[in-house]
Design a protein around this ligand. Structure first.
Ligand code: MC0
Length: 144
């Protein structure tokens, strides 16, 4: 079962300036910073609210650390803005199998490491009406 919006991924040219915008304009606070070399990203997680399933929803601001990363290529082609939406589940593997059986392509055979120790998979945007969709099992309830 998918139980929350885990995060909305927003790519940006300048991570620090974008964090400053979201903090100064809306008052959201950064609760986690991380670099992911495999993905070629730096990211800041800003917690929006805790969710009834015991976890939380975030904005995920993503900057690129190299031009050939997914985010780097996206920025070059589309500029900054909303990149993906992520749904939270207790069972990313089971959800991936169930959704795949409905004819939606999952990008990875097995879940990979995501932010804050989560396990993740992605669904192809062409199978999801133009929305790159991520499935997330968080490491611990409301982890920061
Ligand atoms: C590509 N397309 C998208 C899209 N990315 N549509 C909506 N939203 C997106 N984000 C569309 C393009 O417009 C294009 O459509 C078609 O898909 C193929 O795109 P492409 O530019 O040729 O790119 P590909 O095929 O090389 O890669 C697309 C793909 C890739 C979805 C497979 O972005 C990918 O592997 N994404 C998963 C990993 C990821 O997003 N990592 C960054 C966040 P047309 O009509 O022009 O053919 S990592 C993260 O967020 C983690 C760490 C976390 O949350 O914990």
């Amino acid at each position: 079962m998918l139980t929350r919006i885990d995060h909305i991924g927003i790519v940006c040219f300048d991570l620090d300036k974008t964090v400053e915008f979201y903090s100064a304009t809306y008052g959201f606070e950064v609760t986690h910073l991380e670099s992911n070399e495999e993905e070629g990203i730096r990211e800041a997680m800003l917690k929006i609210n805790e969710t009834p399933d015991g976890y939380a929803s975030y904005l995920q601001l993503l900057g690129s650390t190299r031009d050939d990363s997914v985010v780097g290529k996206w920025l070059a082609k589309n500029g900054e803005g909303v990149h993906h939406i992520a749904f939270g589940t207790n069972d990313v593997s089971g959800e991936t199998v169930a959704i795949r059986s409905k004819g939606v392509r999952a990008l990875y055979d097995e879940p990979r490491q995501g932010s804050m120790g989560s396990r993740i998979n992605f669904l192809h945007p062409k199978d999801c009406h133009g929305v790159l969709t991520e499935l997330v099992t968080a490491a611990t309830p409301d982890s920061e």
